[in-house]
Design a protein around this ligand. Structure first.
Ligand SMILES: NC(=O)c1ccc[n+]([C@@H]2O[C@H](COP(=O)([O-])OP(=O)(O)OC[C@H]3O[C@@H](n4cnc5c(N)ncnc54)[C@H](OP(=O)(O)O)[C@@H]3O)[C@@H](O)[C@H]2O)c1
Length: 256
């Protein structure tokens, strides 16, 4: 096993979705036995992830949370402590948000999206790191999922893009603070992946066609591509990579 994560304990948010599930399964395949993951509304998706984790020899722990609620982060920290004791790998993957032109956005859209995507990551990390006996110690890994919308104007995506930009900034700040504790913090930014969230875009077919045509590698990104990178960042081999946003998009983003 090139990447050996035996003995590590992981919490992945949004494990009922396609990318979150792939991350859970890749971590398990690399030796992580204790895999806790959150879901919100997709009970069947959560059960399927748990089934696949069990099949892979891991011990799944399902945590239900609406991360758009401010108090959810504290509840997930408590549930993770109860399930795993501590946590070595924290992947902030869950995302929610409102797809609308910027001029149609309302305060409640801002609050929901910022809380679910950026605030939850900060306060989950804080919960794992604070106190005299923090749940995460040296060798810890924090990875957040962002998107190109953090740095580019994508139609209908301003609200989610703003939350991802905040998330990336929080990750950079945490990386600077946590290096001295032996913990790395990075961001993974995938290209277009054909998951449930993409189906919420009214122009999904067009997005997929353009993404395929424009991607130098000739296909869109899939959940496994993302999970491979996340798993590598969790490995001891990646201990000097921190504070970075790594793009996995087959070259889509490099074209003018
Ligand atoms: N798909 C893409 O093209 C793409 C591109 C770049 C970045 N990303 C990022 O990759 C990550 C995973 O995306 P995905 O495509 O796999 O999305 P997905 O299939 O829609 O999964 C989203 C996950 O987030 C959870 N979630 C949604 N709202 C939540 C809430 N209020 N509280 C707690 N959990 C909530 C969902 O739980 P339930 O389903 O159980 O409600 C689900 O597990 C996201 O951060 C996304 O921004 C995706």
């Amino acid at each position: 096993m090139l990447i050996d994560l035996t003995g590590r304990r992981a919490l992945v948010t949004g494990g009922s979705g396609a990318i979150g599930r792939a991350i859970c399964l890749h971590l398990a395949a690399s030796g992580v036995k204790q895999v806790a993951f959150t879901f919100f509304s997709n009970h069947a998706g959560a059960d399927e992830t748990a089934r696949l984790l069990t099949e892979a020899g891991a011990e799944p722990h399902i945590i239900r949370a609406n991360l758009a609620h401010e108090e959810a982060a504290g509840e997930v920290v408590a549930a993770t402590r109860a399930a795993l004791g501590g946590v070595d790998i924290f992947v902030s993957n869950a995302a929610s948000g409102v797809l609308k032109p910027a001029v149609e956005l309302r305060e409640k859209h801002w609050r929901w999206t910022m809380t679910a995507n950026a605030q939850s990551m900060l306060f989950l990390a804080k919960g794992f790191l604070e106190g005299e006996a923090p749940m995460m110690g040296s060798g810890g890994r924090i990875i957040a999922l962002s998107s190109m919308g953090a740095v580019r104007a994508v139609p209908q995506y301003t609200m989610v893009g703003a939350s991802k930009a905040a998330l990336e900034s929080v990750a950079r700040g945490l990386s600077a603070e946590l290096g001295s504790r032996g913990i790395t913090v990075n961001v993974v930014s995938p290209g277009v992946v054909d998951t449930w969230s993409l189906q919420q875009f009214p122009n999904r077919e067009q997005l997929l066609e353009i993404a395929t045509l424009r991607t130098p590698m000739g296909r869109i990104t899939n959940p496994e591509d993302v999970a491979h990178l996340v798993t590598f960042l969790c490995s001891p081999q990646a201990q000097m990579i921190t504070g970075q946003t790594l793009v996995v998009d087959g070259g889509y983003g490099v074209l003018a």
